[in-house]
Design a binder for this molecule. Structure first.
Ligand code: SF4
Length: 179
């Protein structure tokens, strides 16, 4: 049975919610695959060794994202950039308009709801930011792209089914939120 893994990096998890929006169709899909890693459905921390198809949501914003993307690529036969953030950088890519220092200053010190009298910006217990937000294809080889914010559930299912049947998936012709 084909092993499918999903993961999320710098993202909002909306692409995974779109997968859940398949409802009953998701159950049909899962009858024919072994889901080995999926943060929205299972609590598995380690990425398993042998993966047939990996869907990666989100782009690269920090060193942990980078490490996970590389590990997925090493272990998966097929890697899919899942959603606009993974494909292009998406909304988190707006962070590229600012320096990392400006972002950290804003996030930890100057937002209206922040109370941080000592002005501490954590550096040891959180992964460091990468120099900028990058789409997946800038750091690993990507086999297929499913743009969309989030991608249409039917398109996700059709692509997974086609890959499982050994067919070339029909990819969306448009890359925005419309169908
Ligand atoms: Fe969220 Fe849209 Fe990015 Fe998916 S593509 S993670 S829905 S912002």
């Amino acid at each position: 049975m084909a092993k499918i893994a999903t993961t999320w990096l710098c993202c909002c998890s909306g692409c995974h919610i779109s997968l859940l929006d398949l409802h009953e169709e998701l159950l049909n899909l899962l009858e024919n695959v072994e889901l080995v890693h999926c943060p929205v459905l299972m609590d598995v921390k380690e990425i398993p060794d042998e993966i047939d198809v990996a869907l990666i949501e989100g782009g690269i914003r920090n060193e942990e994202n980078l490490e996970i993307a590389k590990e997925m690529r090493k272990k998966a036969k097929v890697v899919i950039a899942f959603g606009t953030c993974a494909t292009f950088g998406g909304i988190p890519g707006l962070g590229n308009l600012y320096s990392n220092d400006e972002i950290l200053e804003k996030a930890y010190k100057t937002t209206l709801t922040t109370k941080n009298d000592e002005g501490i910006i954590p550096s040891e217990e959180v992964p460091s930011l990468t120099s900028r937000v990058k789409p997946l294809s800038e750091v690993i080889d990507v086999d297929y792209f499913i743009p969309g914010c989030p991608p249409n559930p039917e398109i996700i299912a059709n692509i997974i089914k086609a890959l499982l049947e050994g067919k070339e998936p029909e990819l969306p012709k448009k890359n925005m939120c419309d169908e």
